[in-house]
Design a protein around this ligand. Structure first.
Ligand SMILES: O=CC(=O)O
Length: 334
């Protein structure tokens, strides 16, 4: 059996483990950098013949563009597994992969703690409305135009999307004395609820003091928070987003920040990264980070290793360890 593997983009922490895959894969191909057109023409010229599984990442998306139907059709027909480095995989057309019999894995669990830490960092920063103070002290103005912030204690934290990251956020927020509620499409079993109260989407909007977005982006969640949803929220709500920018209609958020409907926001992700809506850049009541939720040495290494474990399992036993939930749901429907 000739089973080859392809690495798209770079590995920073687990190069040795990739090379060790040479013991189970016949050939290891690499496409470290380039453009989408170059990638498509290399695929079409048969450069990656016999690949059974590939490694890609949110970072390597810049060398291939999205894994859409056009790109999937150009890849060798032998490809059966896409092992993706990232908790989010909105740049992969999962239904198109399923149609072609390609299984996809992502990196849940490995990302949970680091992303939850950044969520808390942004939430505390937004509660204190920290941006004007950060700016004033660096400009030699000491506290500048200083105003009081808010405590997390006794505030209601609404978590939209109680998966691994949402649960890690809940664990941390409990230590700050917050009251926690969440909404998912379906209620979780009690042992996975972290003591949080299950509420409907509308209740979550209407009764949360802080709303944290911890769900994945897909066609049904795009702009899940927009003008209508802001209208249903408490006046002075705080919004935190460490998931994906496109979950929020950014123009509507800018309006809600200007009107005071939203008191402040903490954002790690944006609709058109790396572009940021000028209204967010101008707003003093927003804490901004450049999409760095998982950017720690430990987490980046854990993510790379999890992708390589998936790749090895795909090559050796045609199984993924952390297959994306949509495909598992599809399988149970069949
Ligand atoms: O945004 C980060 C990820 O998807 O892992």
């Amino acid at each position: 059996m000739t089973r080859a593997a392809l690495l798209i983009g770079a590995l920073t922490h687990a190069r040795k483990e990739w090379e060790q895959l040479g013991q189970v894969a016949e050939t290891l191909y690499e496409y470290p950098s380039g453009t989408r057109n170059e990638f498509l023409s290399r695929c079409r010229s048969g450069a990656f013949e016999g690949i059974h599984a590939l490694y890609r990442s949110n970072d390597s998306n810049k060398c291939t563009g999205n894994f859409d139907a056009e790109l999937l059709d150009a890849l060798p027909k032998t490809l059966k597994f896409i092992c993706h480095n990232g908790a989010g995989y909105d740049n992969i057309d999962v239904p198109a992969c399923t149609e072609r019999g390609i299984a996809v894995s992502s990196t849940p669990i490995a990302v949970d703690d680091a992303t939850a830490d950044v969520t808390l960092f942004l939430m505390l920063g937004a509660l204190r409305n920290i941006t004007p103070s950060f700016q004033a002290v660096r400009q030699g103005k000491w506290r500048g135009n200083f105003a009081l912030g808010h405590d997390p204690k006794n505030k209601v934290l609404g978590i939209l999307g109680m998966g691994g990251i949402g649960a890690a956020v809940a664990q941390r927020a409990k230590a700050f004395g917050m009251r926690i509620q969440y909404h998912n499409r379906t209620q979780l079993p009690a042992e996975k609820e972290e003591g949080a109260k299950y509420v409907t989407f509308d209740e979550l909007l209407a009764t949360s003091d802080v709303l944290s977005l911890n769900l994945s982006l897909n066609p049904s969640t795009r702009h899940i928070i927009g003008k209508r949803e802001f209208e249903k929220m408490k006046d002075g709500i705080i919004i935190v987003n460490t998931a994906r920018g496109r979950l929020i209609d950014e123009a509507a958020l800018v309006d809600a920040l200007k009107s005071g409907k939203v008191w402040s926001a903490g954002l790690d992700v944006f609709e058109e990264e790396p572009k940021i809506h000028p209204g967010l850049l101008e707003a003093e009541n927003v804490v901004l980070l450049p999409h760095m939720g998982t950017a720690t040495y430990e987490t980046q290494r854990d993510m790379e290793l999890l992708v390589l474990d998936n790749l090895k399992s795909a090559i050796q036993s045609d199984r993924l360890l952390t297959q994306v939930p949509e495909q598992k749901e599809d399988a149970t429907k069949r």
